[in-house]
Design a protein around this ligand. Structure first.
Ligand SMILES: Nc1ncnc2c1ncn2[C@@H]1O[C@H](COP(=O)(O)OP(=O)(O)O)[C@@H](O)[C@H]1O
Ligand SMILES: CC(C)(COP(=O)(O)O)[C@@H](O)C(=O)NCCC(=O)O
Length: 310
């Protein structure tokens, strides 16, 4: 009798098993380049790139080719000629605030772009699809920033649909952490990439209608214990006082001069009233939907990987 565990659609691998799956994939990144991709407080080093991200880039490379063959099967069925048509492969990256999604997205983008078969990799973060501050206020949801209802989900779905449909030029709005708002008129332009990465808290949300996650060819959930993420959030907040908050233009400039204990209390308040509830109610429940879960330990290192095999 097979054990129930063996019937699971997932396979769990420790880092030392996962790293073997790199096979002969070369490491196309230097320590200097990696430093530029690393977000505030993140620890990723070249060992982690080699042992975690290179096997992942190999898996995605194989899946890009397979997805193209599937697309060709459908066009053959429809009697259409799809020669020369490539459909962008779309990857979603989800996870809590402060878990390190943006570093994962940037490292993956750089590695994937170094494969000769898909050099054009674009990265878009969903914060550009947050409603502008005025609209959030009109809806009375300023304190719900990052919750599913704070995004223009229709615009996000339209954006990804247009990119997948092969549109020559598609643009996304741009969010500024500094202004704590959408930048009027700013655009993030995407022009027929081979791969599009969409990174954001709630990208794996299901919905009653078609949602952006239905258009993903691969998805990643960056995971860690909630208490570790809270600590990373608070530590980053303390650090931001000396960097982003120090800018007089920053929405959070009034926090720049706070002593440690008051800043810590402020960060904890933001965590417990906004980001933790969003993690528990909305983000974490989407984890089973991800193709791949990267599990981080308390020191930020990725030590376990769960892959959906079926
Ligand atoms: N208030 C802020 N001011 C400036 N930069 C910020 C602020 N909050 C977050 N960031 C930066 O924005 C990026 C995304 O952060 P976040 O949404 O928490 O996702 P993650 O930590 O999972 O990448 C990170 O690089 C972070 O350092
Ligand atoms: C901008 C964010 C909603 C994240 O956006 P994402 O790109 O993940 O959709 C988040 O980083 C944020 O600012 N949350 C508000 C609460 C806080 O400042 O911690």
């Amino acid at each position: 009798m097979p054990r129930v565990r063996e019937l699971s659609p997932y396979v769990e691998l420790h880092r030392d098993q996962w790293r073997e799956l790199r096979r002969a994939t070369p490491l196309p990144l230097t320590a200097g380049e990696l430093l530029k991709l690393r977000g505030l407080g993140e620890q990723v080093d070249l060992d982690e790139v080699a042992e975690v991200y290179l096997p992942l880039s190999r898996l995605i490379n194989l899946q890009v080719a397979a997805r193209q063959r599937l697309y060709e099967a459908t066009t053959t069925f429809l009697g259409e000629d799809c020669r020369g048509t490539k459909v962008p492969f779309v990857i979603g990256i989800a996870g809590s605030v402060a878990v390190g999604k943006s570093t994962t997205a940037r490292v993956l983008r750089t590695l994937l772009a170094r494969w000769p078969d898909h050099p054009r990799v674009d990265l878009v973060t969903t914060d550009g699809f947050l409603y502008p501050r005025q609209e959030l206020m009109r809806r009375g949801i300023m304190h719900r920033k990052g919750f599913p209802e704070s995004y223009d989900r229709r615009a996000l779905l339209r954006f990804v649909t247009e990119v997948k449909s092969g549109a020559e030029r598609v643009s996304a709005p741009v969010y500024s952490h500094l202004a704590y708002d959408i930048i009027p008129g700013a655009e993030n332009v995407v022009r027929q990439p081979d791969i599009l990465i969409i990174e954001g808290l709630n990208v794996l949300q299901p919905g009653p209608r078609l949602t952006v996650s239905d258009l993903f060819d691969f998805s990643i959930y960056v995971d860690a214990h909630t208490e570790d993420i809270e600590r990373w959030y608070v530590d980053r907040f303390l650090e931001l006082r000396h960097t982003a908050f120090a800018d007089p233009a920053s929405h959070f400039h009034h926090f720049a001069g706070l002593p440690d204990d008051e800043a810590r209390a402020e960060a904890r308040h933001l965590w417990h009233t906004i980001n933790e509830p969003n993690l528990v109610e909305n983000i974490k429940p989407t984890r089973p939907r991800a193709t791949l879960v990267l599990r981080k330990d308390a020191d930020h290192s990725i030590n376990r990987v769960r892959l959906r095999k079926l």
